[in-house]
Design a protein around this ligand. Structure first.
Ligand code: BTN
Length: 288
């Protein structure tokens, strides 16, 4: 079924399974009408031993959670809310590689799936906001437990605004958020979108696990933050609470490298600061 013909059908496990082309991701599937948060639902499933690639999807969330303790707007019948459990065996020296790169490779997979489905080309705001024309179309919340032990896992929670028209967003999101339908001018089938997303994620996950992938390069190509003047509000009080400067690159550990302004001493050569957690605001480029 083409994605436009079926765009308004409900998201069901049957529709997802019919569209699925993956080997692992989504082969164990929990489809819920509503839940407080798919990430919160996935956590006890993972703790009870749910297999690698288990996916929890809900048509609505009553307490959808965003990064940094924010709320994620999650009305029924319109958007995609899902959480994917990733739990391949990994040596302890791979833990920080996983924690750094799984969120970033997942964001690349989401943006690639959007491109495949819609022809739109989203960009990424570090670390994993999905943007179209400076507005947020989706975001990721990754949570982990027991990393470095045999039962450790990462939960990749993905929220995508799919069939919301702009005026349906709450007023505080009007200027900040958008949806695939608002940008493309047509609705999309959420089951086909999810199946595409899982294929794109599986491809990158398998290559990442094999150790072969240059995710950094693919991430940098999609990352709109590099080259921008930015303000960073630190999540953990690194370097004071807030810095401004020029985002220059992505570090080998997935950090954002920022040349911090130093108005007191403009002649001293600057060193990039590595930002590992925080909230980035893209400031207007000078001259704009
Ligand atoms: C963000 O950009 O702040 C992250 C948003 C993540 C939202 C998704 S929706 C599915 C999953 N369940 C949640 O409660 N949150 C994530």
């Amino acid at each position: 079924m083409s994605s436009s013909v079926s765009a308004f059908r409900p998201i069901t496990s049957q529709a997802i399974t019919m569209a699925l082309c993956t080997k692992i991701l989504g082969r164990s599937l929990h489809m819920l009408e509503d839940t407080p948060s798919t990430n919160s639902t996935a956590m006890p499933l993972a703790q009870a031993g749910a297999p690698d690639g288990t996916v929890v999807v809900a048509d609505a969330q009553t307490s959808g959670r965003g990064r940094l303790g924010r709320h994620w707007y999650s009305p029924p019948g319109k958007n995609l809310y899902c959480s994917i459990i990733l739990r391949r065996a990994m040596p302890p020296d791979q833990v920080s590689r996983w924690l750094s790169w799984v969120p970033l490779l997942s964001a690349v997979a989401v943006s690639r799936a959007i491109q495949v489905i819609s022809g739109l080309r989203p960009s990424l705001k570090w670390p994993n906001d999905i943007l179209i024309e400076q507005r947020k179309v989706g975001g990721l919340l990754c949570e982990s437990s027991g990393m470095g032990t045999a039962t450790g896992f990462v939960i990749v929670g993905i929220g995508l605004n799919v069939n919301m028209w702009r005026d349906a967003f709450p007023t505080d999101l009007h200027d900040l958020a958008t949806s695939l339908a608002a940008e493309a001018g047509r609705p999309f089938d959420r089951a086909v979108l999810l199946a595409t997303l899982l294929s794109e994620l599986e491809l990158r996950y398998e290559t990442f696990v094999s150790g072969a992938m240059d995710i950094k390069h693919e991430y940098e190509l999609r990352c709109a933050t590099i080259g921008q003047r930015v303000r960073v509000e630190m999540a953990n009080g690194e370097c004071g609470d807030c810095i401004e400067g020029q985002a220059v690159s992505i570090g080998d550990d997935g950090s954002l490298q920022v040349m911090v302004d130093n108005p007191q001493d403009p002649l001293t050569p600057r060193q990039p600061v590595a930002i590992r957690a925080g909230d980035v605001v893209h400031l207007r480029r000078e001259g704009n």
